[in-house]
Design a protein around this ligand. Structure first.
Ligand code: ADP
Length: 218
C-alpha cells in the first residue's frame, strides 16, 4: 500500500512547490499510470517514494513503513521493497545480461549458489532466455529494458516503479515492455508507470493519475 497525505515538496525556500499538498492512495497489486507534462512533478513523486528526496511537509507510508520515523540505516530495507526502471536502462555496459541481473543480488549479499539459482528464472520471466552471455550493446532497446526490469524485480519487490520505460523504444518494443509490466503485475507486484505515450494510456485501461503543476488533477 502506498499512502501520501497532503505531501508538499519544495526544492528551495522561495521555489514554487514541485508537489503541492498531494494525497494519493494506491492499493497493493494495483497498476497505476502517472501522466503529466514535463515539469509537472512526476519524478519528484517517484523520488519521494524511493526516499531519494524528502517531503517538505506531509505524510508518506509505503508498505507499512512510515517515512516520518524511517531511519537512514533502514532505507536499504525500503529500497528492497521498491524496484525501479528508467527510460535509459542504466545497465552496466561491461557486464553480461546474467551479470547485470546478478549484480543486484551480489550487493544484497546473496551466495553464488542462490544467484545461480535465481537469475535464470528471472531472465526466463522477462523473455531473455538464451541471451545470458550477451552484453548490453549486443541487445535491442527493448531487450535492454527487459534486462533492467529483470534486475529491478529479481529481489521480488512489492512495488515496481517504471519511469518512462518506453521513452526510448519504438511502438512494438514499447508494447512488449508494457505487456511484461502487466505480467509482473499479475504476479502480485504493484506497478507505477509514468508515460507520455497516449496510446499506452488509452489501451491499457488502468487507473490514470494526472499531475499538473504539482497537483493531482484526476
Ligand atoms: P516531471 O518528472 O513531471 O517532469 P519533476 O518532478 O522533475 O517533473 O519537476 C517538477 C518541478 O520541480 C520542476 O519545476 C523542476 O524544475 C523542479 N525540480 C525537480 N527537481 C529539482 C531539483 N533537484 N532542484 C530544483 N528543482 C527541481
Amino acid at each position: 500500500m502506498i499512502l501520501l497525505d497532503r505531501v508538499t515538496k519544495s526544492y528551495g525556500k522561495n521555489a514554487k512547490p514541485a508537489l503541492n499538498r498531494v494525497s494519493l492512495h494506491v492499493e497493493p497489486k494495483e497498476f497505476v499510470i502517472i501522466v503529466g507534462t514535463s515539469g509537472a512533478g512526476k519524478s519528484t513523486l517517484l523520488k519521494l517514494l524511493t526516499r531519494e528526496e524528502k517531503p517538505t511537509s506531509g505524510k508518506i507510508v509505503v508498505g507499512g513503513i512510515d517515512y516520518d520515523t524511517l531511519k537512514d540505516k533502514h532505507v536499504p530495507l525500503l529500497r528492497r521493497k521498491i524496484g525501479v526502471v528508467f527510460q535509459d536502462f542504466k545497465l552496466l555496459p561491461q557486464r553480461t545480461v546474467f551479470e547485470n541481473v546478478a549484480f543486484a543480488l551480489e550487493i544484497a549479499g546473496m551466495t553464488n549458489r542462490e544467484i545461480r539459482n535465481t537469475v535464470p528464472k528471472v531472465i526466463d520471466l522477462v523473455g531473455l532466455k538464451g541471451k545470458e552471455k550477451q552484453f548490453p550493446h549486443q541487445l535491442s532497446g527493448g531487450e535492454r529494458q527487459r534486462v533492467a526490469i529483470a534486475r529491478a524485480v529479481v529481489r521480488q519487490p512489492k512495488i515496481l516503479i517504471a519511469d518512462e520505460p518506453t521513452g526510448n523504444l519504438d511502438p512494438r518494443h514499447s508494447w512488449d515492455i508494457v505487456r511484461l509490466l502487466e505480467k509482473i503485475n499479475r504476479y502480485g507486484t504493484t506497478v507505477l508507470l509514468t508515460t507520455h505515450n497516449v496510446e499506452i494510456v488509452n489501451r491499457l485501461k488502468r487507473r490514470v493519475i494526472t499531475i499538473d503543476h504539482g497537483k493531482i488533477t484526476s
